[in-house]
Design a protein around this ligand. Structure first.
Ligand code: HEM
Length: 498
């Protein structure tokens, strides 16, 4: 307690001195002009304004202070972007200046920030890792070649739900799809299922990913008061470190096994991501074993929760609007055939299903504030200065809910995309769930295959009822903010064979 009071006292003194200095600086003419924003309280700045749903609170604040605003969050200056024009300025026109990440404290565990594609600045090392991802893992050819694997995993999901159907039990959609996403990625990387409930170690891995994602999504005092770095008062970095340790131990074992296979001449049959990365590391040394382990962590961390929460939100919105669900079903019956499996190659012939996915990414972008960026020098934007070291957040959620951009922005209306060219690939700044510019999500090409594939298969294979006789209008659609934005209450539904 005494330690806490001492810390607060030190923080208060530092903040007061800084506030005084900044007032003095602001009063001098010709000084950099910060974007407008709320007047900060001593020590905590505007932290209390964030609440537990920062994407929504920041959208409200943007209505007062405009599409570029600055807030003092603890010790950290944060600039928030909330319009398509400004997002274009940051993510496209001045892309390079804004391409460095603002690194959360937890990511320093195991020096992850020094090896990770997500957190490295734009350096040659980052370029090599992105190249490995773009050309060797997520390229159209590679994804075409791995279609079978995804077909099989989605089939297993449908079989699992078929069993629930026979037994008349409800399915937790988010959890079932999370497991499928995890197995999809673990097969892409290591050619094994890592979410098989019959095996203890892999079962553990599923919980490990879940726990890591949860821990990293918690608001961390150190991110607002870097002075607390050594203390790690909530223990978040310590717990993340322990999760990373377990994860790297598991990856290390799998890589060792593969190296052994390759030495014994039995390699190459898998030709999965492990093999591809080991080949690259042997050929040019740009990527070493540590990079491979951290890259795997990035892929699981960034690729599971995002995909599963999109499918869960889509199912929830469809169950709330039965007429939309009927339209989606009708399209599938007409194009694919009732109850038949869907192929990735069918997706271009399913415009309504694609419109549903876009509408979900508008209403419920899994990363509503994208992944935070920073600037290494002062940067001018629309007459304001984004000061060196400021954290920069692009509020994709606010842009997706802006009534001056979207008619009836809070309504789920996939039809709005039927006669529209707006896409989610980072060209149209009204809709940027995957970000844009050089740091755009590299998993986009995989996600836009997997999300409609899983969703379409769930819709075409079963009829659905909400558990416990809940009526569509009674379904709790509240969200909770974390590393990704999830449904606050898991969606539980009872399947019926169509
Ligand atoms: C619905 C699914 C997904 C969504 C909505 C999503 C969203 C995002 C967003 C918003 C960013 C930050 C972009 C920016 O700063 O401009 C990002 C980065 C990233 N995503 Fe995704 N993502 C998804 C799926 C995936 C998948 C499946 C993978 C890999 C298997 C993946 C891997 C990554 C990586 C490695 C980065 C960091 C890129 C960098 O900083 O250079 N994502 N994602």
């Amino acid at each position: 307690m005494e330690l806490l009071i001492l810390i607060l006292y030190i923080l208060l003194s530092i903040t007061l001195v800084r506030a005084l200095l900044s007032l003095l600086r602001r009063s001098k003419p010709g000084r950099p002009k910060l974007p407008p924003g709320p007047v900060p309280l001593p020590v905590i700045g505007s932290l209390l304004k964030l609440g537990d749903k920062p994407h929504k609170s920041l959208a409200e604040l943007a209505k007062i202070y405009g599409p570029i605003m600055s807030l003092k969050l603890g010790q950290k200056t944060t600039v928030v972007i909330s319009s398509p024009a400004l997002a274009k300025e940051i993510l496209q026109k001045q892309d390079l200046a804004f391409s460095t990440r603002s690194i959360p404290n937890a990511v320093h565990a195991h020096d992850h920030h020094k090896y990770s594609t997500v957190w490295l600045p734009v350096t040659n090392q980052w370029r090599s890792l992105r190249k490995a991802l773009n050309s060797n893992i997520f390229s159209g050819n590679r994804l075409d070649a791995s279609q079978n694997l995804r077909r099989q995993k989605v089939q297993e999901l449908i079989e699992y739900i078929g069993k629930c159907c026979q037994e008349g039990v409800a399915v937790d959609i988010g959890s079932a799809v999370f497991k499928t996403s995890l197995n999809l990625l673990s097969n892409t990387i290591f050619s094994i299922d890592m979410a098989d409930p019959t095996q203890d170690s892999v079962q553990q891995f599923r919980h490990l990913v879940w726990r890591t994602v949860k821990e990293m999504g918690k608001p961390n005092l150190v991110d607002y008061f870097p002075i607390l770095d050594k203390i790690d008062p909530q223990g978040i970095r310590r717990r993340v470190k322990s999760h990373f340790e377990d994860t790297f131990e598991m990856f290390g074992r799998l890589i060792d096994e593969r190296l052994e296979l390759r030495r014994s001449g039995k390699s190459g049959a898998e030709n999965d991501v492990t093999d591809i990365l080991l080949n690259i590391s042997e050929e040019n040394g740009e990527i070493n074993r540590t990079h491979i382990e951290h890259l795997c962590l990035d892929i699981f961390g960034a690729g599971t929760d995002t995909t599963s929460s999109s499918v869960e939100w889509a199912m929830a919105e469809l169950l709330c609007t039965p007429e939309t669900l009927q339209k989606a079903k009708a399209e599938l019956v007409q194009t694919i055939g009732k109850g038949k499996p869907i192929e990735e190659s069918d997706i271009p012939r399913l415009p309504y299903l694609q419109a549903i996915v876009k509408e979900i990414m508008r209403l419920h972008p899994p990363a509503p504030l994208l992944v935070p960026r920073t600037v290494e020098t002062d940067v001018e934007v629309y007459g304001y200065t984004v000061p060196q070291g400021a954290q920069v957040l692009v509020n994709a959620w606010a842009i997706g809910h802006d009534p001056s951009v979207w008619a009836n922005p809070t309504s789920f209306m996939p039809e709005r995309f039927l006669d529209s060219d707006i896409d989610i690939r980072g060209r149209d700044f009204e809709l940027i769930p995957f970000g844009a510019g050089r740091r755009i999500c590299p998993g986009l090409s995989l996600a836009i295959r997997v999300v409609p594939l899983m969703l379409g298969s769930l819709i075409n294979s079963f009829d659905w009822k909400l558990e416990g006789g809940i009526k569509p209008e009674e379904l709790d659609m509240d969200d909770k903010f974390g590393l990704t934005v999830q449904k606050a209450q898991p969606l539980r539904v009872v399947p019926f064979r169509v």
